[in-house]
Design a protein around this ligand. Structure first.
Ligand code: SAM
Length: 284
């Protein structure tokens, strides 16, 4: 089996295919052989699971997933990697490579069609420029039991942040509403070719089968969250007044106080159950 983290092999195969790294596609390939095996192991991939990988690149993580999973579907946007992937992972019978933009796919349909009878998982070393839209799509699809991804360390910290901290954001609430995130380990820039400027971290998100608390209207809940963080320096009544122009600030203040908060509270200090209580009162 080829060592896909060997820089000499990688450079030779990429050159042979006339491949050039694209910064705009977030192409930083793994060259530290402890990393892809550990990510694949942490993903929970086994013979009973079907794994969706986004961005196989040179195939180092794909290879490790194929060694463990029942089936792997790898989606790669860069068609110039076709001859490379044929050489590096083309011999795996449990692998299907789709050359497409992952953001354009219907992931619920894809998992239903490709992973029948298997436990669907997602695993990827994500291209940095589309981390949030890809994670949003993976979680909103409600199609995966777990999502294990490498992202910028700052993004991983934001996803796992606690209420009241600088990292806590609308995206934190979104991720923690859909899943239970946990940072597993850091990966330094020296583990990639070319080297990124920032440290990365591997994060696993175990998706929830039930929401973390009772929510009457999910769309309204997220509207409240977005409004609260859109103006995070403002007090919650002011932030919500900007996001809910159909309501008066007095009515919003009353609602916030009736949920047990001071009128001076900032949205960034509210936990998910507190946002839910507010949205449920608003729905009434
Ligand atoms: N998995 C490889 C590894 O770990 O070495 C490569 C990871 S590299 C950070 C990200 C990969 O995602 C690249 O191969 C890039 O071409 C691919 N990619 C970028 N945008 C994509 C998109 N919208 N859909 C699918 N793949 C994409």
């Amino acid at each position: 089996m080829l060592n896909l983290c060997d820089v000499k092999t990688m450079k030779a195969l990429l050159e042979e295919a006339g491949f050039h790294f694209s910064k705009s596609k977030g192409q930083n390939f793994l060259i530290a052989d402890w990393v892809p095996g550990r990510i694949a192991e942490e993903s929970g991939a086994d013979a009973a699971s079907g794994v969706l990988e986004i961005g196989p690149g040179f195939g180092a993580l794909t290879q490790q997933l194929c060694l463990r999973a029942g089936k792997v579907v790898a989606v790669e946007v860069d068609r110039s990697l076709r001859p490379v992937l044929d050489r590096t992972v083309g011999s795996f019978e449990n692998l299907e490579i789709l050359f497409a933009d992952a953001l354009q796919l219907d992931l619920a349909d894809l998992t239903r069609e490709r992973f029948a009878g298997l436990r669907p998982l997602a695993c990827a070393n994500l291209p940095y420029y589309i981390t949030s839209p890809v994670l949003t799509k993976l979680l909103e699809s409600k199609a995966f039991a777990a999502v294990t991804v490498m992202v910028q360390k700052e993004v991983a910290q934001r996803i796992c942040a606690a209420p009241g901290t600088a990292d806590y954001s609308a995206f934190t609430v979104f991720c923690q509403y859909h899943a239970i995130p946990e940072i597993l380990f850091d990966v330094p820039p020296s583990c990639f070719l070319p080297q990124p400027k920032v440290t990365s971290a591997v994060l696993t998100l175990k998706t929830r089968t039930e929401p973390p608390c009772r929510i009457t209207d999910e769309a309204l809940f997220f509207r409240v969250v977005r409004a609260a963080f859109a103006q995070r320096r403002k007090t919650l009544p002011n932030a919500l007044a900007a996001g809910f122009p159909e309501m008066t600030k007095d009515a919003l203040t009353e609602l916030i106080v009736s949920c047990g908060h001071k009128p001076t509270v900032r949205g960034e200090t509210l936990s998910i159950p507190e946002f839910a209580a507010l949205a449920n009162r608003l729905a009434e």
